[in-house]
Design a protein around this ligand. Structure first.
Ligand SMILES: C[S@@+](CC[C@H](N)C(=O)[O-])C[C@H]1O[C@@H](n2cnc3c(N)ncnc32)[C@H](O)[C@@H]1O
Length: 278
């Protein structure tokens, strides 16, 4: 234990950013292999790694792909990475805060053991932003967060929006002992794959989020009552039928497909001044 604390102090000494608590370095070779296998990388892929640390994933990714963009905020880790990567011209190490950086303009994959403290901000950037070129990826994040984001039905507007564009699956649970220092909870692998056809039309993400947030302000409300302020009675009947939704079904029990169908009905048939605003 004393040895581990000493190691953690050494890590913290190099920190320049506010997220030092999220430096849980992966040291289990089996888990590293599992994560890389699940990413199903191809030689032509560009891979973004968020929070590369000392490179426990970086070099395994680089063996398989033509370009790795490794982002790391900690100046000490960046120096270590640059030393280790000196003879790997296809590893591009960028020092900075991922939240303030532009994502690659070309199609890319992501493989990362992310800083848990900014999980939602990272997922929002990767999965929620219109124009993100992310195609697929695997992330290690807190098990609880992985469970929250992959629920179906899901009572939260953000994961609902992400699921309109991506298939999100929680894969293996990773025991906290596979990290140094160990986090306070277990982690899990989240796999993300862009849908061939998004469930809602492109360019309508903000309107979808406002629609979901409006209905979910009362998650137990009967869906017909929640939608009454948007649809006329005739539109409501038709939209519920199309979505195969029961009038009395609680809003929080709507499936991804039902959310997509009701939203598509709204933007197709309801005047835009009646759409909920964010
Ligand atoms: C969970 S560790 C993973 C490190 C390494 N990939 C591994 O698996 O051993 C998260 C890493 O993200 C870095 N980090 C924290 N906040 C960041 C940010 N805002 N932008 C980029 N990197 C960040 C930390 O310094 C840390 O190295």
């Amino acid at each position: 234990m004393r040895k581990q604390n000493k190691k953690h102090r050494a890590v913290r000494k190099h920190i320049t950013g506010p997220n030092f608590t999220a430096q849980h370095l992966l040291h289990n070779p089996g888990t590293i292999r599992k994560l890389i296998d699940m990413a199903r990388l191809q030689p032509a892929d560009t891979v973004l790694e968020i929070g590369a640390g000392k490179g426990s994933l970086t070099f395994s990714i680089a063996e398989l792909t033509r370009k790795v963009i490794a982002v790391e905020i900690d100046a000490g880790f960046v120096q270590t990475l640059r030393d280790k990567a000196a003879s790997f011209p296809h590893i591009h190490i960028i020092q900075g805060d991922i939240r303030r950086m532009r994502l690659p303009a070309e199609p890319f994959c992501v493989v990362a053991n992310i800083p848990f403290s900014i999980t939602t901000a990272i997922l929002e950037k990767l999965l929620g932003a219109e124009g993100s070129m992310l195609q697929s990826g695997v992330l290690i994040l807190e098990k609880g967060a992985a469970q929250r984001f992959t629920r179906n039905p899901n009572p939260e507007p953000k994961p609902l929006l992400w699921s309109m564009y991506f298939r999100l699956d929680m894969k293996t649970v990773i025991p906290r002992t596979h990290f140094a220092p160990p986090p306070s909870v277990d982690a899990a692998i989240l796999r993300m794959v862009r849908r061939d056809r998004p469930l809602i039309p492109a360019g309508k993400g903000k309107h979808f989020t406002a629609f979901a947030a409006y209905l979910l302000r009362e998650p137990r409300l009967m869906v017909a009552n929640g939608l009454r302020g948007i649809f006329t009675p005739a539109q409501l009947k038709h939209s519920l039928q199309l979505a195969k939704a029961d009038r009395e079904q609680p809003v929080a029990s709507l499936s991804l497909e039902q959310w997509a169908s009701l939203f598509t009905s709204m933007i197709g048939h309801v005047a835009s001044h009646r759409w909920p605003r964010g």
